[in-house]
Ligand binder design. Structure first.
Ligand SMILES: Nc1ncnc2c1ncn2[C@@H]1O[C@H](COP(=O)(O)OP(=O)(O)O)[C@@H](O)[C@H]1O
Ligand SMILES: [Mg+2]
Length: 261
């Protein structure tokens, strides 16, 4: 059975100061799928994620989550920006994990995970603590729940950030280069958590330069180039059958990392 479409982007455009950085992005994600965005720096990957999460307002096109437009409603054929309260409610259905972990430095690991549960979802402290404990356990940090971010390695901080995101039970999780700020020896533990999340059926939209991971975990891979989708398909189609020199050159940069020769 085909799962229902969870996220649909249709001809999404976005400009900054007259420079168009998204030139019509189309994308479809089904529930439980992992879709990865790859592409050179500046190709628009982060901007697209930020539009999905309403950190940026797209100029034209539609982004639908569960069939519902994100960030606005349509009234008499006109787009009307939703109130901040409505935007917050929509945003609670989409989690995001960033390259910089963005943990609150004055809160423990457990308190960082609890915050959204109490403040956004209105759960009691006791319930929030229980949920936080569950997810910190899932990311292998049961013993670190009382630690502050400065007492944790980068990989541990990033795993706290992931626990915080999944604890909210989002419909969709966005990951923007979440291993790029980590020392190389810490990358695997974070990718391991992402892989486990993917296997648990979480719907994930992932920007990553970890090509082996992308190839192994993704159902669908999207190569972005200059604000457009240049090629998209299964990992095998994209990695083994690049249709342009741009994609061949892009992938070629990673071959040294693949341990050939
Ligand atoms: N807030 C902004 N203001 C102006 N230009 C921006 C802003 N955010 C991104 N850009 C520009 O948009 C383009 C795409 O950036 P980005 O989405 O960050 O690409 P990627 O994540 O693929 O590296 C780049 O040229 C970048 O300089
Ligand atoms: Mg980026």
């Amino acid at each position: 059975m085909t799962e229902q479409v969870l996220l649909r982007a249709i001809d999404v455009h976005k400009s900054f100061g007259g420079v168009e950085v998204l030139k019509g992005i189309d994308l479809e994600m089904r529930q439980g799928q992992v879709v990865s965005l790859i592409g050179a720096s500046g190709s628009g990957k982060t901007t697209f994620l930020r539009c999905v999460n309403m950190l940026e307002e797209h100029d034209a096109g539609d982004i639908l989550l569960d069939g519902e437009p994100i960030g606005y409603r349509v009234e008499n054929g006109q787009r009307k920006r939703l109130s901040e309260a409505k935007v917050s409610a929509q945003r609670a259905r989409i989690g995001m994990v960033f390259q910089q972990f963005n943990l609150f430095p004055h809160l423990t690991a457990e308190e960082n995970v609890m915050l959204g549960l109490t403040k956004v979802l209105g759960k009691s402290k006791a319930e929030a603590r229980e949920i936080a404990g569950h997810w910190l356990g899932k990311v292998g940090l049961s013993q670190r729940r009382g630690h502050y971010p400065y007492q944790l390695s980068g990989g541990q901080q990033q795993r706290v950030a992931m626990a915080r995101a999944v604890a909210m039970e989002p419909r969709l999780l966005l990951f923007d280069e979440v291993t790029s700020a980590l020392d190389p020896e810490l990358v695997a533990e974070v990718l391991g958590v992402m892989k486990a999340l993917a296997e648990s059926g979480m719907t994930m939209l992932v920007v990553s330069h970890e090509m082996l991971f992308v190839r192994e975990v993704s159902h669908h891979v999207v190569f972005m180039d200059g604000g457009r989708v240049a090629q998209a398909g299964s990992p095998a189609e994209v990695f083994d059958n690049p249709q342009s020199d741009r994609l061949r050159n892009f992938l070629g940069r990673f071959h040294g990392l693949f341990g050939r020769g």
